[in-house]
Design a protein around this ligand. Structure first.
Ligand code: HEC
Length: 196
């Protein structure tokens, strides 16, 4: 069967109507992009602060690369790798040496026992996925887990980071929410006696 051509004026009218709809849609402010812009700027600011404040140094595990140790960005900010079980920390002789760290720079032994850098990715079960901005701010400002739990151990630089202002902590948290989640359950810290 041959399609009957659409009568001339009807086709023109519907084209005009279509163009009108397109024009109308284009003239509306798009709510998504209007809101996205500040959100993207905040995430970018967070990325900048995380990069320049050294979070990767301890929270992204180091691996051996062609020209020495380098951060393993496939595990970006996911903390001490759960597959890496470490032997007891070496006992240091009396003297000025105080702290040792693992080759990944994610496990640290010192007078506080052994601490493992946390998973900062948005994984719900093993990272910060269930944290609110209030939990994050509370932790950094008070130096206690979620602002009310156990003390956050060295070498997490709480004494420096507690001086971040609200906008900076908001930006860091927004960035941490935007990165790929990595499932990695970081071990609990060990008290000084157990670490020996
Ligand atoms: C010098 C190493 C080091 C640096 C640098 C560092 N951290 Fe940590 N961080 C740690 C260690 C170790 C822990 C685990 C401490 C513990 O178990 O008490 C930790 C824990 C945390 C926790 C979890 C605290 C909790 O109560 O669960 C958060 C959140 C955190 N760090 C965020 C950051 C952010 C954001 C940065 C960068 C602005 C950063 N860290 C830089 C070593 C570091």
């Amino acid at each position: 069967m041959i399609d009957r051509p659409i009568p001339h004026c009807a086709a023109r009218a519907s084209l005009a109507a279509l163009a009108g709809i397109v024009l109308f849609a284009a003239s509306l402010p798009s709510p998504a992009s209007a809101q996205d812009k500040p959100a993207r700027a905040q995430i970018e600011r967070g990325r900048y602060l995380v990069t320049t404040s050294g979070c990767h140094d301890c929270h992204t595990p180091m691996k051996m690369g062609a020209s020495g140790p380098e951060p393993d960005m496939s595990r970006m900010l996911s903390g001490h790798p759960d597959a890496l079980t470490l032997p007891p920390a070496p006992r240091l002789p009396e003297g000025p040496w105080l702290v040792v760290s693992s080759a990944t720079n994610t496990a640290f032994a010192g007078p506080w026992g052994v601490s493992y850098s946390a998973n900062l990715t948005p994984d719900a079960m093993t990272g910060l996925g269930q944290w609110s901005l209030k939990d994050f701010k509370g932790t950094i400002r008070s130096g206690r887990h979620l602002g009310r739990g156990r003390e956050v151990l060295p070498p997490m630089p709480i004494p420096a980071y507690k001086h971040f202002n609200d906008a900076d902590l908001g930006a860091i948290f927004a960035y941490l929410r935007s990165i790929p989640p990595v499932t990695n359950r970081v071990p609990e810290p060990m008290a000084p006696m157990a670490a020996k």
